[in-house]
Write a protein that binds this ligand. Structure first.
Ligand code: NAI
Length: 472
């Protein structure tokens, strides 16, 4: 392969090096393809590693540790911790550096050509790359679009990066504001809202829907709502943010509450009202790629677009916009291009890293009923879990949803401490078609939080042990 002034030929051109793209590049290389991975950023890893999942989880860990240190007097710990935010930022940036350079090293070990530049499709077989000294023109057999998503704007509200900020800026604050308004009580708003409340800001969340985290079942959101209020957060729901005026470093947010308008003041305002797929500026108009009605690239089960040589994966290819869905999309597309039988037919777990965490896998009760199942449910509360008690936590529960006729597990909904870590077992169980009985008969280590999953399945079968199931 010759790189430089003349056209480079590759089997697979991957545009975008977030989780979806970087995995697709590695999987394609594992299948013996000649691969080029192009990203406009100097760091590989996309939003997830640089501006999303990883830095936010680092801050969540720090905020929880800080908060717990000052609030664990129940077992004799008294402390008056101090948070040095500039050291925290250095620590977070070191994690990003370690992971992004790790990805780049891996790509190179697999023989992937990594180019830092902007790729623009001139046709369904040619791309031009700008901003890089290493490649100018590429001829490809297949292209995988993994261009990700960007924050949605509120018309008329300008993000200045100082007073009015996006989630990327919110991950790099080294001086917490006294008052912090968050517009949007979804994933980002509630995760980062709790972080900043724990770090000492007075956080107000403005949410248009009638409750926070409206995409999650109400019963899972209740314990989060309760804890947010206990922490002192102000949750303003049924309230649509209309405009923001900034004067002398103070923002005034005007909110439409349905009955009129209200205003809220703060030193910082975070806009977190959703994300949209990145499809502009890649030359898609020079190909037969079509977008669906929501603006995502239209793809089939192999993640092939309406242009046969072009595939699309991750956020740009549809909901849910989650890194792990992107990973799996990347594997499917790379394997399909390699001629294997691969299809995007998988269960995608979702986690909201609030305190307590929310995790969902498969169908909830309403969805299972709508799908025509005669639904059987079981539930186990962490208040009855020995492990939760030893962690000084008793909030939350696990609910399982099953088909009454076959006992097959259809879904698991959880809220509680570290429930993110229980999604692996729940997802595997659903993927493998497990029955409630399979989980009930599986020995779960004691004491662990995972016992609550077994007990919820046993509850559905009327045979839970640490919960009274009347026998009649
Ligand atoms: P989101 O869709 O989760 O929440 C946005 C919220 O903003 C909605 O509840 C909506 O009702 C509200 N809203 C919209 N316009 C508004 C207005 N003018 N005034 C008041 N409220 C308004 O979007 P978010 O939090 O920006 O996250 C984007 C995506 O990123 C998520 O949907 C998810 O796919 C991904 N993500 C995933 C995480 C995880 O897996 N733990 C963490 C963070 C983000």
């Amino acid at each position: 392969m010759v790189v430089g002034e003349i056209t480079t030929e590759v089997d697979v051109l991957v545009i975008g090096a977030g989780p979806a793209g970087y995995l697709a590049a590695i999987r394609s290389a594992q299948r013996g393809k000649d691969v080029m991975l192009v990203d406009e950023n100097q760091n590989l890893g996309g939003v997830c590693l640089n501006d999303g999942c990883i830095p936010s989880k680092a801050l969540i860990h720090a905020a929880n540790t800080f908060h717990d240190a000052a609030n664990s007097t129940g077992y004799g710990l008294s402390a008056d911790p101090e948070m040095d935010h500039s050291t925290l930022q250095d620590w977070k940036n070191d994690i990003i550096e370690k992971l992004t350079t790790g990805v780049e090293t891996l790509e190179k070990k697999y023989g992937v050509t990594v180019i830092k530049g902007d790729a623009y499709l001139q046709s369904a077989s040619h791309a031009r790359i700008t901003g890089s000294a290493d490649a100018e023109a590429v001829e490809f057999e297949h292209c995988i679009l993994a261009t990700g998503s960007s924050p949605v704007d509120i018309p008329g509200i300008e993000v200045d990066g100082e007073t009015v900020i996006s989630s990327s800026h919110a991950l790099s604050i080294d001086e917490p504001p006294e008052r912090f308004i968050i517009i949007g009580g979804g994933y980002i708003g509630m995760e980062l809202g709790m972080v900043h409340q724990k770090f000492g800001s007075q956080v107000t969340v403005i949410e248009a829907a009638d409750r926070i985290l409206p995409a999650n079942p109400a019963e899972l959101v209740k314990p989060v709502e309760r804890n947010a209020e206990d922490l002192g957060m102000e949750l303003v729901t049924g309230a649509m943010a209309d405009s923001v005026e900034v004067e002398h470093g103070v923002a005034t947010v005007t909110v439409d509450t349905g009955d009129g308008t209200e205003t809220f003041d703060a030193e910082k305002v975070l806009i977190a009202v959703g994300r949209q797929p990145n499809t502009a500026d890649y030359g898609l108009e020079n190909t037969d790629v079509e977008l669906d009605k929501n603006g995502f690239v239209q793809v089939d089960e192999q993640r092939q677009s309406t242009d046969p040589s072009i595939y699309a994966i991750g956020d740009v290819a549809g909901q849910p916009m989650l890194a792990h869905k992107g990973y799996q999309d990347g594997a499917v597309a790379a394997e399909a291009i390699a001629g294997e039988h691969a299809a995007a037919d998988f269960v995608v777990p979702a986690v909201v890293y609030t305190d307590p965490e929310i995790a969902t896998v498969g169908m909830n009760e309403e969805e299972a009923e709508a799908a025509g199942f005669d639904v059987l449910t079981g539930r186990f509360s962490f208040a009855a879990s020995g492990r939760a008690a030893t962690m000084d936590r008793d909030d939350g529960f696990i609910k399982v949803v099953a088909d009454r006729e076959s006992n097959a597990l259809l879904g698991v909904q959880m809220v509680g401490p570290h429930v993110s870590e229980l999604t692996g077992e729940a997802t595997l169980a659903i993927e493998m078609g497990a029955l409630l009985d399979d989980i009930a008969m599986t020995v779960h280590a004691h004491p662990t939080l995972s016992e609550a999953f077994k007990e919820a399945c046993e509850d559905a079968l009327g045979q839970a042990i640490h919960k009274y199931n009347p026998q009649d």
